[in-house]
Design a protein around this ligand. Structure first.
Ligand code: G4P
Length: 530
């Protein structure tokens, strides 16, 4: 039986990530949420404005130079007694592989949409990933203080692109210079946006036809706008379904909120929805069985490895999502892949780059472990049970380069550096079976720049890239073992090993891959590897 404290700790946790297209307002919202959660005292710590820009993640020169966020951090804060784990995701699309893996560690996602732009390309791609796992989604339509698209047309687009039903929880009263606030359809309240005439920031309005209320409101927002919003609300109440918690948890419906992150407006509405509706820590699937957070024995998996979080320490931290049981400082855990017990003498939690040593942690929490080269992405830790969590994907790279040393005597260091960087998921490394050199594979071009920069700074290696004639890669799995050698012989110049010693086919063209696939129907060509 579980003790009460354990159950209480479980029910008070929420673990989520914010996803959006760059510039939709993810950083601003993160910052405001931390502010509401009193985790920071001045807005601006996450991505300070002006001179302080990139205060959070100045871990790498490349981030500073290009003004992008390469790395990911985890933030923990409390809001109304609920402990929230917020996983930040890299802002730049070239690091989307990292984001995909982070999404395996959360139980809910907040999608931010720019009200003037609607669903943008990156949001669409990220949402597709959340759909694989049916992660519940809360949607926030941001920047209503600017001219925006018609809310109904935005919702039409969301329904089409997300393949989810929209359930408006708040509804905007105009936008841009005329933005008055939102009507909360369930609280039956108008929340005013910076209206100097209104003393209270919210106004209870059960019925728009109520005479005294309508006189007051007409004065506040103008008769025309009043008539317009009254009619619009009548319409939307009929066209959109009512909020249904079960449908939200099953990712059939997404609740919709409107606001302005910059104006700090609507943030409390999303925080309330997170604490009231988002699931407490969920189960995860393993190769043997489903592991439930209520189980007392500790289990967890690694979804990210981060180097140089603190340049003073020059270390690598493995991020673990706790699936079940309680972490206690000094506990012994079995590292399933290497079949060894490890004593965890120190684990960290994080706040905007700051690490805090922790004594205990529960399911849903993300803890950081020191990694001395033994931990890889996807590794499982348990108190002894031999199981492996599944569903932490590696995606086939889409861009390829051959890496060449400026000083050929540094071969050994290069090998070490590349292995370590590939274990972190920074880059994928392939050894062609016919050659001695290394091919690097990435999803985004900036990943290559990060590798060159890090090889130089951390391993003292000068390297450059050569273009290679590869445009697609697929991992190969054989239905019958006897076909392996024939296939390897026939296509030797296109086959390589990855760092996991899995075989991968590196195709020079789409047509080439197509022909090989049609000629070898007894082989699987996989786009994703577990
Ligand atoms: P991101 O992390 O999703 O990339 O977006 P971020 O929060 O950095 O916001 C992108 C830009 O949009 C920023 O302006 C930010 O101030 C602005 N922004 C965010 N939310 C709102 C909002 O509700 N209303 C308005 N009007 N603007 C908003 P910037 O000029 O690019 O950067 P900065 O100089 O303000 O940091």
């Amino acid at each position: 039986m579980f003790d009460k404290t354990y159950t209480k700790e479980l029910t008070k946790r929420r673990t989520f990530a914010i996803i959006s297209h760059p510039d939709a307002g993810k950083t601003t919202i993160t910052e405001k949420m931390l502010f509401f959660g009193k985790a920071i005292h001045i807005s601006g710590v996450i991505k300070g404005r002006g001179n302080q820009k990139y205060a959070k993640s100045d871990w790498m020169n490349i981030e500073k130079a290009r003004g992008i966020s390469v790395t990911t951090s985890v933030m923990q804060f409390t809001y109304k007694n609920i402990l929230i784990n917020l996983l930040d995701t890299p802002g730049h699309q070239d690091f989307s592989e990292d984001t995909y893996r982070i999404l395996t560690a959360v139980d809910c996602c907040l999608v931010i949409i720019d009200a003037a732009k609607g669903i943008e390309e990156r949001t669409k791609k990220l949402i597709e990933v959340t759909r694989i796992q049916n992660t519940p989604i809360i949607t926030f339509i941001n920047k209503l203080d600017r001219d925006s698209r018609e809310p109904i047309s935005l919702l039409d687009e969301i329904e089409k692109e997300l393949t989810m039903n929209c359930v408006p929880i708040t509804w905007p009263i105009s936008c841009g210079k005329n933005f008055q606030g939102v009507y909360h359809l369930y609280e039956k309240k108008i929340y005013f946006y910076k209206n100097k005439l209104v003393k209270k920031q919210s106004f209870f309005l059960d019925d728009f036809t109520d005479f005294s209320n309508s006189v007051f409101l007409k004065k506040m927002i103008g008769s025309d706008l009043y008539e317009y919003i009254y009619q619009e609300l009548e319409l939307i109440i009929h066209i959109y379904s009512k909020f249904n918690h079960k449908n939200f948890l099953q990712a059939i419906d997404t609740p919709i909120f409107f606001g302005s992150a910059l104006g700090e407006f609507g943030i409390d509405h999303i925080l309330n929805s997170l604490i009231n509706w988002a699931p407490s820590p969920l189960y995860r699937k393993s190769n043997k069985r489903q592991v439930n957070p209520q189980e007392k024995k500790f289990t967890g998996f690694i979804f990210k490895i981060q180097a140089n979080m603190d340049l003073k320490h020059r270390d690598r931290i493995a991020f673990m999502r706790i699936v079940s049981g309680q972490y206690k400082k000094g506990m012994k855990l079995k590292h399933i892949r290497i079949k060894k017990y490890i004593t965890i003498s120190d684990a960290f939690s994080f706040l905007a780059g700051e690490r805090i040593s922790i004594k205990e942690a529960y399911p849903g929490d993300i803890i950081g472990l020191h990694n001395h080269g033994t931990i890889k992405i996807g590794d499982t830790f348990t108190e002894g049970e031999d199981l492996k969590f599944i569903g932490i994907p590696i995606f086939a790279p889409e861009i390829f380069r051959q890496i060449c040393l400026q000083n050929p005597l540094k071969q050994k260091q290069l090998k070490k550096g590349l292995i370590e960087l590939s274990e972190e998921g920074t880059i994928q490394v392939f050894r062609p079976i016919m050659n001695n050199y290394c091919i690097l594979g990435a999803i985004g071009i900036l990943q290559f720049d990060v590798v060159i920069e890090r090889l130089k700074i951390e391993y003292n290696i000068d390297a450059i890239y050569k273009k290679v004639n590869i445009i697609l890669a697929r991992w190969i799995r054989f239905k019958n073992d006897h076909s392996i050698n024939d296939f390897k012989k026939k296509y030797s110049s296109y086959i390589a090993y990855d760092t996991n010693n899995s075989l991968i086919y590196l195709a020079p063209s789409v047509a080439n891959l197509h022909i090989v696939m049609t000629q070898n129907t007894d082989i699987f060509f996989d786009k994703i590897r577990e």
